[in-house]
Write a protein that binds this ligand. Sequence first.
Ligand SMILES: [Fe+2]
Ligand SMILES: [Fe+2]
Length: 417
Amino acid sequence: MSHFTTLQSLLSGMTAALDLSDGRTSFHYERTAYLSYRIAEECGLTAKECRRALYRSLMIGAAEYLKECSYTARNLHENAVYLKDIGKTMRQLLPRTWQEPGGPAQDAAELHPTLKSAAKFIPKPFLLDGIIALARKLEPEIRYGEPALKQGEQACRTVIESGRLSRELRVVTERLAKRDLVWMDLALGKELLGTLIGKELSLNLDEAVSLSQLIALIIDFRSPFTRMHSAGVAASAVSLAELLGMSAEEQKKMAIAGNLHDLGKLRVPASIIEKNGKLTEEEFALVKEHPYFTYQILKRIEGFGEIAEWAGWHHEKMNGKGYPFGLPERELPLGTRIMSAADVFSALTEERPYRKALPKEKVLDILRENVEAGSLSRGITELLSANYEKIDSARREASSAAGKRYLQAGMKQSETS
Ligand SMILES: [Fe+2]
Ligand SMILES: [Fe+2]
């Protein structure tokens, strides 16, 4: 299958989204992945192994992010077990061709318990974990306001003085401190991974769909209430696209858009998503920002022009009163109209902190109300009503697969389910 986008481009989007979380703007995940690569270089690893350190660091970052949403580990071992379950689930979503030895996904998310024990003793097979552990220790020590060339020296000194590095990694850290380019790259903090991965790792559309599922898992698994949401939206949207005669290629793009439509929600703390009650004005303002960030992040990914519009405009309305752009009806493409309907439909059929999942009649009533109020497209909503069972069964199938993954990853359960 032919080139659709590049891994580098998609990963930059993923790290940008992770770095949105809880209002963080520090590029922590991206910088840690970058440092992992540079440390691997200092350890004398090949370019391929250095890239592996980078992918692994990103996967661990994502797994850890999810873990923080769900668990409080009592000790290092528990921490590693949790991460392993999440990592395994995430890995299953990576494109199959990547699972080969030396491929980007090889043991990408199997975390050895040494990771947290601060790289004290790193026998060869666990060298990558030692490298990543060091990167994770170094990154938070960097004081980005100071001159770049001082930052590295200081951060490396602090970590070395903590006395918790193996002799080998201490030597590596000392050498790294003198690599000015690394610290200037980090201070700039932009497009860090692009220079390292290179543009050569091409993704076809199917691989991009797989990766979008993986990212959806990060978006959805932060809360038991949204654990199936993106999967459900994607399946409903694909089903509608098929009924409307969209091509196989467009349907795959629709799947990606559905999986990523709530990407910007990573900015919204899980406590707000799970709130049982009315949101404060400030909380609501934060929630309202999410499609804007979805759009801005996706727009920058190579090949994602249409996907960004379908996904990022899902809260636009037919009467022009939607958000974030308030676009008029004539500017809303078919894919966007499908996505808006699929989003409302899926949300109504899912349980929420303040209500149970709604039955068919109620769902149809609310969809109709949305049409009358000028929010949703009449044509798409009528198509949905006329093919309710077909679309709902596609949605249910995808949701139940997502629900199984949620359990496999050992995430927390909702109080009402
Ligand atoms: Fe949304
Ligand atoms: Fe949504």
